[in-house]
Design a protein around this ligand. Structure first.
Ligand SMILES: CC(C)(COP(=O)(O)OP(=O)(O)OC[C@H]1O[C@@H](n2cnc3c(N)ncnc32)[C@H](O)[C@@H]1OP(=O)(O)O)[C@@H](O)C(=O)NCCC(=O)NCCS
Length: 247
């Protein structure tokens, strides 16, 4: 289901091709790539379309190391040896504090099977080519390979591209509210089974209307899609049918 195109080879022998482009290649980043990663992040964070889309982590050095093997993985996409995009997968231990798992009320067993889509950035010149989507597919495949059937993500209400890609690859909005003072949605996927919903019981909610999204989630709906209009995105919440474990 998920396109990976991820080279797990060493930096010396990358496999060409990523997201349908023969001039790109991908590999897992290592300690020696952190300077290039930091430079890419500085460029992207200095020119965000909306500052709410991504808030820099308080301690980036710790954050980077938490997403290198064995605690996680960071996939880099390169063009002529220049880093043009990256995406991180976290592999937290069940005992680690995890605000998203807390918000979702995950059990100890579910936390042991959890991975997190921690961060993804694409340099401005390389946007709109499907790199984020391919990196999401690669991370879901990687999570599955690590035996983490649950994958969680967090998105700003203003980040339509990220939410679109998550919904397109089968994730759903499982929670909405304030996290560290920011309005956020939490997206989730269980790679072993998809939630059952009542397709004829739907609420269309403005992507900025946090209160209505919270109410829908409280009422047993989950966000499974979107309706894109010229100046508005409406989110499709459908009622979840009973009989499954997760929120
Ligand atoms: C967000 C970001 C990673 C997207 O990267 P990208 O490689 O350009 O994304 P993709 O090309 O894979 O996908 C963009 C998708 O968003 C869709 N999209 C764009 N605007 C949209 C909107 N207003 N509503 C819904 N979907 C929208 C596009 O149509 C495209 O989907 P499609 O291919 O199905 O048509 C990139 O813009 C970025 O680095 N932003 C700054 C950092 C950031 O916000 N990171 C994400 C934090 S969660």
């Amino acid at each position: 289901m998920y396109s990976t195109q991820l080279s797990l080879t060493s930096p010396q022998s990358p496999v060409n091709g990523f997201a349908g482009r023969a001039d790109l290649y991908s590999r897992l980043l290592q300690l020696e790539d952190l300077a290039a990663l930091h430079a890419l992040r500085d460029e992207v964070l200095g020119a965000l379309p909306n500052p709410d889309c991504y808030v820099r982590e308080a301690d980036e050095a710790v954050f980077y190391r938490q997403h290198l093997s064995p605690q996680g993985a960071t996939i880099g996409v390169f063009h002529h040896h220049q880093l043009v995009a990256y995406a991180m997968l976290g592999l937290p231990s069940a005992e680690m504090p995890h605000p998203l798992a807390d918000a979702l009320g995950l059990s100890g067993q579910e936390r042991a099977e959890l991975s997190s889509l921690s961060s993804c950035m694409v340099r401005p010149d390389w946007r709109g080519l499907g790199l984020q989507r391919a990196l999401l597919g690669a991370r879901l495949a990687l999570a599955d390979g690590f035996g983490r059937r649950l994958c969680v993500g967090m998105v700003s209400l203003h980040n339509h591209s990220s939410r679109h890609n998550m919904l397109r690859l089968g994730m759903y909005i499982a929670w909405a509210g304030q996290l560290d003072g920011l309005q956020r949605q939490i997206t989730l996927i269980d790679l072993r089974r998809h939630p059952h919903v009542a397709a004829d019981d739907e609420r269309l909610i403005d992507s900025n209307d946090l209160d209505a999204q919270r109410q829908a989630l409280t009422d047993g709906y989950i966000g499974i899609g979107e309706w894109r209009l010229p100046r508005q995105v409406r989110l499709r919440f459908q009622r979840r049918l009973p009989g499954q474990l997760l929120a």
